[in-house]
Design a protein around this ligand. Structure first.
Ligand code: FNR
Length: 368
């Protein structure tokens, strides 16, 4: 039974990151930062989640200092004037006893050129492909790739300078870093393309450059997913051995935590084992991992299908806790339920499941 004594509410340390519990707020794009600058409403939004007891906040994707990084004038940037806004977010979260990491983001070919952020700048990718076979953007040159790696590293260094507690790289869901990983969008024949390990090089070089910029102690996280929003059925690796070969270079480069994005945390990643992606990643790297995906949806269809019957919320969280107790993964990220319930962590800690509000898309209309 989940209560304040459960593993969910035990501290967890990674280098200088001292989490009071195992609960992470999942990164969620919110589009409420005019001209890319997070204002008072964004400060209040994160302050509330910190006050609600979450162990670590990973911010919405915030775009690195590159002209083609963002897809909207309202996505928060992580450069220029936006940094003052972020400093206020950090201060407010810390005042509530919370911890926070920015999710550093480059949309690559997933940028919508019709949106207002630098509309004259072409979208960029490893092969100018948004989806396999359809060239619609600029193929990055070697020196342009170097500039983007440097911009990610600068983002991590700025995170440290502003007092953030860690930095996360968005290497998932079909955005720029993942466009390098996926053979559907990376057709390069130079050192940035080839087999899965070679396609991983761009991400690995980002981690190396960031590690050099922040020093040995500042925690670095990378978010990875097998699925791509361009095609939810696609996979990077078909076996644990392929996944291991892909992720180990990130460990050598200096990553501290793998954030393994799946849509339903209970689904086994490879045949022949119950382990999910976070489970496999921890097993093959020995590094802490975060699991995520429909852990708490307050009665959505997904959720009920998986955990039918009375007390579905409790059943799912109990199954999560059991797997965490076994050491399959160390941390859990909660997304949509934290939009509907800023105090999700405190509610679950006190066993007040009946107080959880169901998530619906209505909660996206405003920043609350
Ligand atoms: C997301 N997600 C997401 N992921 C990410 O890595 N960066 C992002 O900026 C976003 N943006 C985003 C916006 C919104 C509105 C939602 C609902 C989701 C995915 C998110 O982090 C998480 O992985 C999923 O929502 C699954 O977790 P839950 O919601 O089932 O707990």
């Amino acid at each position: 039974m989940t209560d304040k004594n459960s593993v969910l509410f035990r501290p967890f340390d990674v280098k200088t990151l001292h989490m009071k519990n195992r609960i992470v707020m999942a990164p969620m794009t919110r589009d409420f930062s005019p001209k890319g600058v997070p204002g008072a409403n964004v400060v209040e939004y994160y302050r509330k989640r910190a006050a609600g007891g979450v162990g670590l906040i990973v911010t919405e994707g915030t775009t690195i200092d590159h002209p083609a990084a963002s897809g909207s004038d309202n996505y928060p940037r992580f450069h220029g004037d936006a940094l003052d806004g972020w400093a206020k977010v950090v201060e407010a979260v810390h005042a509530e006893g919370g911890l926070i990491a920015p999710q550093l983001w480059h949309l690559g070919m997933m940028r919508n050129p019709k949106q207002v952020f630098n509309p004259d700048v072409p979208s960029v990718g490893p092969s100018g492909l948004k989806v396999p076979g359809k060239r619609s953007g600029h193929t990055l040159t070697d020196s342009e790739i170097g500039d983007i790696i440097a911009a990610f590293a600068k983002g991590a260094a700025d995170a440290k300078r502003l007092g953030f507690d860690a930095a996360e790289f968005h290497g998932a869901h079909g955005y720029l870093i993942d466009q390098f990983f996926w053979d559907g969008t990376n057709e390069r024949t130079d050192k940035w393309g080839g087999d899965l390990v070679a396609r991983g090089r761009f991400g690995v070089e980002i981690v190396k450059a960031a590690r050099a910029a922040v020093g040995p102690d500042f925690p670095l996280i990378i978010r990875l997913s097998q699925w791509k929003q361009q095609d939810f059925t696609k996979r990077l690796a078909n076996s644990p051995a392929e996944w291991e070969a892909f992720v180990l270079p990130f460990v050598d480069a200096g990553i501290d935590i793998f954030h393994c994005s799946t849509r339903r945390f209970w689904e086994p990643e490879f045949e022949g084992s119950d382990l999910n992606l976070a489970g496999w990643t921890k097993k093959v790297t020995g590094k802490p991992t975060i699991t995520v995906g429909s852990v708490s949806l307050g009665g959505s269809d997904d959720f009920i299908a998986a955990f039918a019957g009375q007390g579905a919320e409790i059943a799912a969280i109990d199954s999560l806790v059991e797997r965490m107790e076994r050491g399959e993964f160390d941390l859990v990220a909660i997304g949509r339920a934290l939009l509907a319930n800023p105090d999700w962590s405190n509610v679950v800690k006190n066993g007040r499941f009946a107080d959880l509000k169901a998530y619906s898309k209505d909660v996206l209309v405003e920043l609350v």
